[in-house]
Write a new protein. Structure first.
Length: 172
């Protein structure tokens, strides 16, 4: 995904946060409203940077000032009402993600999926949970285990409606 990374908003009272690398588009916006172009995969993201570049070229979308991210999603989502993990599947669009040859982990994001289709909100940034939970400078968690523990403990309950999915976030 190509995103316009936003600096920490003033209202987010989490001094450790410098900018927002969240998967959600609430604060750091996607490069465009891309869904109507039907070039996304079953995760409503993109299989490769070239797909984004081609879409931008064909539709006069300016990619200047965007940053490219690669995401890996944990294979289960957490249902906060049932307090249980369950498997999920991508939408029925073809999905052939190309893993970048080099990637450096920035951290983990927890994202709501109440409609089950695309990333909605990241409570760490969107709801200001980073004020209460230790995140890094990109408003991300340090590990998958930390994300799982916080979800199981109910830290994300009473914010956005779930279920929640955990993503590893890699700037590319």
């Amino acid at each position: 995904m190509a995103k316009r990374v936003s600096p920490r908003p003033e209202w987010l009272a989490a001094d450790q946060v410098v900018d927002i690398y969240s998967v959600s588009r609430c604060i750091s916006a996607a490069f465009a409203d891309y869904i109507p172009y039907w070039k996304h995969n079953g995760y409503l993201l993109f299989d490769a940077p070239e797909v984004i570049e081609q879409l931008a070229r064909e539709n006069a979308i300016d990619l200047e000032g965007t940053s490219l991210f690669y995401y890996e999603v944990y294979e289960q989502e957490f249902d906060e009402i049932a307090a249980a993990w369950r498997r999920f599947a991508p939408q029925s669009f073809p999905t052939r993600v190309i893993v970048p040859p080099q990637k450096v982990l920035a951290g983990y994001d927890v994202v709501s999926f109440s409609l089950g289709t695309s990333a909605e909100c990241s409570p760490l940034s969107c709801n200001g949970l980073a004020k209460e939970v230790q995140t890094n400078s990109h408003c991300l968690l340090a590990s998958l285990e930390q994300a799982q523990e916080l979800l199981e403990r109910g830290t994300f309950t009473n914010g956005e409606p779930g279920p929640f999915r955990v993503f590893a976030v890699y700037p590319v």
